[in-house]
Design a binder for this molecule. Structure first.
Ligand SMILES: *Cc1c(COP(=O)(O)O)cnc(C)c1O
Length: 442
């Protein structure tokens, strides 16, 4: 019988982990409990979850209010087929999402994760043009974007090492550069040129912050100009708010910073506060109406077994209750201000290439040699943070914080201290033994 310290070994015998080179990865850390921003390991050690468990957790782990609502739902209705049937949690959640979503969004299509939310968005956009009798084929996306791991989502994502084995299977996408500060005009020009071609169905983008690209940021002003071009040339716009949604950027949605609004929005991650797997794709009435027809071939033929799972919708409703409370909004402001202060302090320090901040998201890019050193630094920084009791998953030489909003000032100080420790490490002030185990960090 396995002893208490063998959970990781039992895991190793049967489990294949995501984004993990199983040959060389260190054994996973067994987590047995969570509370607030803290995760507790089997050996009693605690970790500050500075990455909100892959960007999903908003209100802390095992939140009692969400737990209560989920438990109530489980005892009432756990699931029901969502074609031909509906249920209170899905209806109420849709009503409440429409209330807070960017202006114009009027319909909710449920699925079960961010990638499927993106698949649905792409299918809505492509079929829209077929249903309205003017088929358009092409999609435009940002060169460094990440929209998920299913085939459609991979197609509109960066042609990177993540997708390399599948490149020949991915549909063609026209990529434009991310309009980072100082490079806005190039991107505007690229989009203007592409738009002349009448065959563009949609432009999909991560608004203001490209997560997996390394928390790469650009301004609402230039995004508004890109949306203006799309509207002018009748190109549908898809805001992928899977990562940026629900307060991450300071406002409820990143699209709230931009005057022009998207036709379609994708949601997941924070949608349930990080409790349950749920995805949603919203659209405006123009998209929805293009699917209303006596001809059944104009139906959106898409759906998942767990579409609008009642337990997930209840978690979403509970998370929304918490998000809209004054205390949470104050926490979001507190994090934004504290990040800003820390960013100003660290920006000019040696070894720091750039610091970027948008709302509760802070990214620090280290000057850590050439690209060939990226994965070595990623592993080194990851292990260093773990030793300090902080979970920070570097994207190459970029470290970022995207914490649960309830993280305490004290915990946040410890995360900042860890980043300062990394700065010392990178500038070589302190000797550090590189770890023997390596992992691929996304
Ligand atoms: C994480 C992410 C996705 C994919 O979501 P999954 O739930 O992991 O499939 C899509 N788009 C963006 C912007 C993301 O950050």
């Amino acid at each position: 019988m396995p002893t208490s310290d063998s959970l990781a070994l039992r895991d190793h015998n049967f489990i294949w982990h995501p984004y993990t080179q199983m040959k060389t990865a260190a054994l996973p850390i067994p987590i047995v409990r969570g509370e607030g921003a803290l995760l507790y390991a089997e050996d009693g050690k605690s970790y500050i979850d500075a990455v909100a468990s892959w960007w999903v957790n908003l209100h802390g782990h095992a939140h009692p209010y969400i737990a209560q609502k989920v438990a109530e739902q489980l005892q009432t209705l756990e699931h029901v087929i969502f074609a031909g049937f509906t249920h209170p949690a899905a209806v109420t959640f849709a009503e409440r999402l429409i209330e807070i979503l960017p202006q114009g969004q009027s319909r909710i299509f449920y699925s079960d994760n961010g990638s499927t939310a993106v698949e649905v968005a792409l299918k809505m956009a492509i079929q829209y043009w077929q249903n309205t009798g003017t088929p358009k084929r092409k999609i435009i996306a940002f060169r460094d974007s990440y929209h998920g791991d299913t085939f459609g989502a991979m197609a509109v994502s960066a042609r990177s090492a993540f997708t390399a084995p599948f490149w020949s299977y991915l549909f063609e996408v026209a990529f434009i550069d991310v309009p980072i500060p100082g490079r806005e005009e190039e991107t505007v020009k690229q989009l203007e040129e592409l738009a002349q071609d009448g065959d563009i169905a949609a432009f999909i983008y991560e608004p203001l912050v490209l997560g997996t690209a390394g928390m790469v940021m650009y301004s609402p002003e230039v995004l508004d100009r890109l949306l203006e071009i799309c509207q002018q040339f009748d190109i549908l716009t898809i805001a992928d708010e899977v990562m940026t949604g629900f307060g991450r950027t300071g406002h409820t949605f990143a699209s709230d910073y931009v005057p022009r609004k998207p036709d379609i929005v994708t949601l997941s991650k924070g949608l349930t506060g990080g409790t349950m797997a749920l995805g949603a794709t919203s659209c405006n009435e123009k998209i929805y109406e293009a699917f209303l027809h006596d001809d059944k071939r104009k139906t959106l033929f898409h759906g998942h077994s767990y579409t609008a799972n009642p337990v997930a919708c209840s978690a979403g409703l509970a998370s929304l209750d918490l998000l809209l409370q004054d205390g949470t909004q104050q926490d979001i402001n507190r994090l934004s201000l504290r990040h800003e202060t820390f960013a100003q302090g660290i920006a000019t320090m040696p070894g720091i290439a750039q610091v970027r901040q948008q709302g509760t998201i802070l990214a620090v890019e280290f000057e850590a040699g050439g690209t060939s050193y990226f994965s070595k630094w990623g592993d080194t920084l990851y292990s260093f943070a773990l030793e300090q009791g902080v979970i920070l998953r570097p994207l190459g030489n970029i470290i970022y914080i995207i914490p649960p909003y309830c993280i305490t000032d004290e915990q946040l100080d410890k995360v900042y201290q860890t980043i300062l420790g990394m700065q010392e490490l990178v500038t070589g002030k302190r000797y550090f033994e590189p770890p023997t185990n390596t992992t691929l960090h996304d």
